[in-house]
Design a protein around this ligand. Sequence first.
Ligand SMILES: [Fe+2]
Length: 405
Amino acid sequence: MHNINRRTFIKVAAVSFASFLAGCGVEEKKNLSIKFLRQIVTKNISDSRCVMWQVDKPLKNPAVELKTNDDKKIFPAQDSTFIDDGRTIFQYTAQIELGNEFRIVDGSAVGDWHELKNSPTENFKAIIFPDSQCGGDYDTWGSVARQAFKNNSDANFFINVGDIVDNGEDNSQWEDWLEQVEDFLPKIPFAPVMGNHETYSRDWKIRQPVAYLNYFAPPDNGIENFSRRFYSFDCGAAHFAILDSQWEELGREVIEAQKKWLRQDFSQTDKPWKIIFIHKDVLQYRINGRPERQEGFSEVGEIFMPEFESLGADAVFTAHLHTYRNRGRLKNFQADENGTLYILTGLSGNVRYSGLWIDHALDKFVAPQPETDNYLTLEGDEKFLSVKCFLPDGELIDETTLQKI
Ligand SMILES: [Fe+2]
């Protein structure tokens, strides 16, 4: 009598079942192993999304399958593999329409279904994270982000205002950053902002931000030399422009290119709210122990504040200094109730500049010192805009509301 153990029986049964399905014209579906499945914002996140994901080995027919109310659609993916930090990152990118659920497919292999939340056409809500760069591991970033997502599961997208990682070439940092929020990345679109740390090489020199530009595919700005470095998108009643403040690192040509692009970009939107994100701050702070340094405006402020204000930007969010400060509304370099709201967004990593900055005359609210971490929410409709700043435990520490009459 031929003995058969339980494992062999299961194997034989599985092969027989697969043969039976193949005989019926039904292909076996295999689990597709992917990582860092993420949504990136598109020009209008109310009607489309960019989906990206990474794999260990190249795929043959990668695509996104979309389930709608009465149909299924396939959106072929582009190979967006890149090499950086001595590693080949096999990844794919697809532009998809909105529907109920999506999953990654590769021939007969399929990934898990993920809910695809539609964005409203008027109301909008975003979670804003300041610099998430960390020394050591990215646990601090992960715990701030997970709490913010848990408390704001109704957000339409999230944004990081630059210095996402400490060293832009170190692939282990990008992987750690992505892993910390891997559960949330398929659920909510991400709007990246480039910071100076994205341009640092492993030996702390300046280089092109290869990893940043490849990991995230935001909307095209139409300017070949500056592709993915600045861009804009719509969500509900707001138009968002994401700018690049890294001209010290990557060359000053980006200043005029951006000014021209921003004028044209803002002239083409009819959204009631126009909101800007740029990594480096607009003010210059005095620094403890450096009496020669004067209070004033940074070069970013001197160059771009008049532009922002003449173009009618309602709010500008900055980062880079790892401190949360609300300056209220400014115009012509001074407080003005008809001006643009300027908020320095704080810190969501573990690199702290405790006691470094001396308060600026234009600071209206400064986070409790010494600072821990924080995140913000930005929500609104056609008439109202609300900005709230929270500590990681969800305690509200600052709030500003703007209104359109
Ligand atoms: Fe920075």
